[in-house]
Design a protein around this ligand. Sequence first.
Ligand code: ARG
Length: 276
Amino acid sequence: MRRPFARSWTGALATAAVAAALPLASPASAVADSVVIGGSPVRIAESPWVVALASRDRFGGTRSGQFCGAVVVGPTTVLTAAHCVSEGVLGVPLSRVSDLKVIVGRGDLGTAEGKEIPVREARVNPEYDAETNSGDFAALTLAEPLPQSYVIGMAGSGDTAYTAGTEATVYGWGDTTGSGSYARTLHAAPVRVLPDTVCERAYPGSADGTYSATTMLCAGELDGRRDACQGDSGGPLVAEGRLIGLVSWGSGCGRPGRPGVYTRISDVVRVLGDSA
Ligand code: ARG
């Protein structure tokens, strides 16, 4: 039985944040060899739906407080990874983070360009399983609407963009080396949608997670090199102009035989549809 998504929101964000800058926390540790891994800088104006999830209280101000990626899917709706708003990442329960913001139109986190919009509400997928990483998404509601031109469409089930071999692009401000060099500017890397069997074999079940083709999407390159990494979580994977995934997990970054695992957007559409 599916639980109604609308009823399980974690509640309006509460007061009193405890100030302490944490290192960018994430479940998987990074070991990698190259640069997002294997990517290059891109202009935010060309991908306005890519936004940063930030809290200066929790992560310090040098990179505008960025700690995860996110993506605009409606004028007031932004998707990110469920694990991004977990206590494990934030260091405190989400209800204790009073300055959670989405940063729009700021490619360079060292600047004040674009706009910071407070998050009014965060709803974690009720089907999220932190053990397997299945259903790793949360829907955030913005305190004020964005123009429709910022919105990217979500690929529903059966969309051709999910076909193995499709060229896709992953975006983020995450680690570009696998050893903790967080990007100041937005990067993007070209990757391919990989057959589910590749991730089923790579991730049959371990501390990192368990691959499930119904809720996850496998992408990268068979020989590694290009991948998302820590700090990219919650950010978009785009193919054929549509959103197909959110950066979720992997084993290290850019390793051969260890592709990136993404939250499958068609499953997000299914869960969100339940609340309509
Ligand atoms: N869990 C990471 C984060 O919180 C994302 C890891 C993605 N890893 C990968 N190899 N694709 O930022």
